[in-house]
Design a protein. Structure first.
Length: 601
């Protein structure tokens, strides 16, 4: 009797016979994936693998990958290769988080993903400047791509090309991705505040308690579902308490010809080095700023960020609104993008000003281009305007180049001009070996002898650029005086630089932490006009500048100025101060919603 010959089974129809082996490999992959991801998460944070480790936390952190693996599986028909691709992408995220944690002291945050939607040469330049060994990164990337290609080649397809199973798997993955994008169930049922335990101070605690992936998902859900309600009782109480003082404010009556030019300079990472112990024993790198401070033209300012997050301080200064009024918001230009954003530029434009912004990097960073347009800024000069005549000093375009552009705009203006200039020269990384314009001057910058070599080099680099910022402020003021037109110059630092090794070695003179320190602010007008010297919050600065400019009378900024001065006279932890802060925050929410005027009636 003849034996029946074996019949070849097409690969596309053979998945049922291979199910046990595939599922065995898949289960093994998942068993390894969950603890591997958690271990990588703990390693990046520099904590023990057992820190906050529970089955629920590990599974939630790993489950974020499920919808993306399902979609890739349905498209490629290779489950383990899909899992490997998602894992490699997560490894990349963890690497970015590790770099950010080292430089800025905070892990990756949801808003950092805005770089992916505005990625260009400037983005690559900024991120690349923080990579100490770019060659190693490219080597690991190439190795990962090769590993993925080998896995894809070795793994046989699970499903036929037209199988119903592929449709079901794709549908399940796509539905979960859509639910995540829409911040809906089932994500909202599992990634809760109790599960993640986030903190309003930053992404660190959430990543520590529940893992980076869980923290990112929770922040997305929280931000998407946030409702900023006006605390009407607090706002009405503040308006009533300040009514008498506000009633005494006389609105500005000056014609366009008497309006002063107003220049606002956000100086990247500008601080007073003498807040560090021992820095009063070396030459002062900011003599011009110190002379103005001693004349009563400014003082210390509390800002809502440390080491990075420039746009938080920038937002507060330009709008007069504290970011604390919007608890779910980390980066206002991204998290609160809208067609109209009230603030100082819009007010001045209504008064007849031409409005310009200047920044020596991409306008796409943190959605500045769209936000400035929403604020009422008519023209935004970015790195393209610097390329023709600007020069780099270190990694970035110099403050001298920025000052040149500001002065050119002032000379060309045929109307009172408002300029918001955001410098970049003193942006990190401070360990950079990029050539500077005056290498001898940089090497001659004195620093305390107690610093280790690496920290001394970072501080010397920072102080070199800090001195340039101080000299450019002096040059700008001198040229403004020579023009013979009325003017007001506002100058401030956005945050302390991220120099953790320097701070750990020298310590702060007041015994506090880096996050508690304040930065300098100045408001200087022609003829010696200046704001009184006192501590400010950054959301008060525009209101003070308007008064020096003779432009008081806007109801919101008048309220901010009166409330800020009252707050300065109260103990910070007193119930009265807390009530006053709640009132200011309520006013900011009402202002952002276009409802502030309702409460004035």
């Amino acid at each position: 009797m003849r034996q029946a010959l074996p019949v070849a089974v097409p690969a596309s129809d053979a998945w049922q016979g291979r199910v046990p082996r595939h599922w065995l490999c898949a289960c093994l992959g998942l068993v390894l994936y969950v603890p591997l991801l958690w271990g990588m998460d703990r390693w990046v944070l520099g904590v023990a693998a057992s820190a906050y480790r529970t089955p629920a936390a590990m599974l939630l952190n790993a489950a974020v990958a499920v919808p993306f693996v399902l979609v890739l599986w349905s498209l490629s028909r290779r489950l383990l290769s899909s899992l490997l691709l998602v894992l490699l992408l997560q490894v990349l995220l963890y690497k970015v988080s590790a770099v950010k944690l080292q430089v800025l002291g905070a892990p990756l945050a949801l808003q950092d993903f805005y770089f992916l939607t505005s990625f260009n040469r400037a983005s690559l330049e900024l991120l690349g400047s923080y990579l100490e060994d770019a060659a190693a990164v490219w080597a690991w990337t190439g190795g990962g791509a090769l590993l993925l290609a080998l896995a894809f080649w070795a793994e046989r397809p699970w499903m036929g090309r037209a199988r119903l199973a592929r449709v079901v798997v794709f549908g399940a993955g796509a539905a979960l991705v859509a639910a995540l994008y829409l911040a809906a169930w089932p994500w909202t049922a599992f990634y809760t505040r109790d599960a993640v335990r986030p903190s309003p101070l930053g992404p660190g605690p959430g990543a520590l308690h529940a893992g980076l992936m869980s923290s990112l998902v929770f922040k997305h859900l929280d931000l998407s579902n946030a409702v900023h309600a006006v605390d009407e009782a607090a706002l009405r109480a503040l308006l009533e308490a300040t009514a008498e003082e506000r009633a005494g404010i006389v609105p500005a009556q000056a014609g366009a010809e008497a309006l002063p030019d107003i220049v606002v300079i956000l100086s990247e990472s500008f601080m007073d080095p003498r807040i560090l112990a021992g820095m009063d024993q070396v030459a002062d790198p900011i003599p011009a700023t110190r002379a103005l401070l001693e004349r009563g033209a400014g003082g210390p300012m509390r800002v809502p960020t440390y080491g990075g997050g420039t746009v938080r301080t920038e937002f507060e200064v330009l709008t007069g609104m504290p970011v604390s009024a919007f608890p779910s918001v980390m980066y206002p230009y991204v998290d609160m993008a809208r067609p109209r954003m009230p603030g100082l530029p819009a007010l001045l434009r209504d008064l007849g000003y031409a409005t310009v912004a200047v920044h020596g990097n991409s306008g796409a960073f943190w959605n500045r281009t769209d936000t400035f347009r929403a604020m009422g800024i008519q023209r935004f000069l970015t790195e393209k305007a610097f390329r023709g005549q600007g020069v780099r000093d270190g990694v970035w375009y110099s403050d001298a180049s920025m000052t040149d552009l500001v002065l050119q705009e002032l000379e060309a203006a045929d109307a009172p001009l408002f300029v918001a200039a955001i410098s970049i020269e003193n942006h990190g990384p401070y360990e950079s070996e990029a050539p500077v314009r005056d290498a001898a001057a940089k090497e001659a910058v004195p620093v305390p002898d107690v610093l280790p070599a690496r920290a001394a080099g970072s501080l010397r680099n920072y102080l070199y650029h800090l001195g340039n910022a101080d000299r450019e402020l002096e040059r700008l003021l001198r040229r403004m005086e020579q023009r013979g037109r009325p003017f007001v110059v506002v100058f401030f630092g956005d945050h302390l630089p991220a120099l953790p090794e320097v701070y750990n070695t020298l310590q702060f003179a007041d015994g506090g932490q880096a996050e508690e320190q304040m930065v300098p602010w100045l408001v200087v007008g022609d003829g010696g006009r200046r704001a009184g010297a006192r501590p400010l919050h950054s959301w008060e600065l525009a209101a003070e500048a308007l008064e020096v400019a003779g432009l008081a009378g806007d109801p919101y900024f008048d309220l901010v100025r009166v409330a800020g001065r009252r707050l300065a006279a109260l103990p910070p932890d007193s119930p009265e101060a807390d009530e006053l802060r709640r009132g200011v925050e309520a006013a900011a929410v009402a202002r952002m919603q276009g409802r502030f005027e309702e409460f004035l009636r």
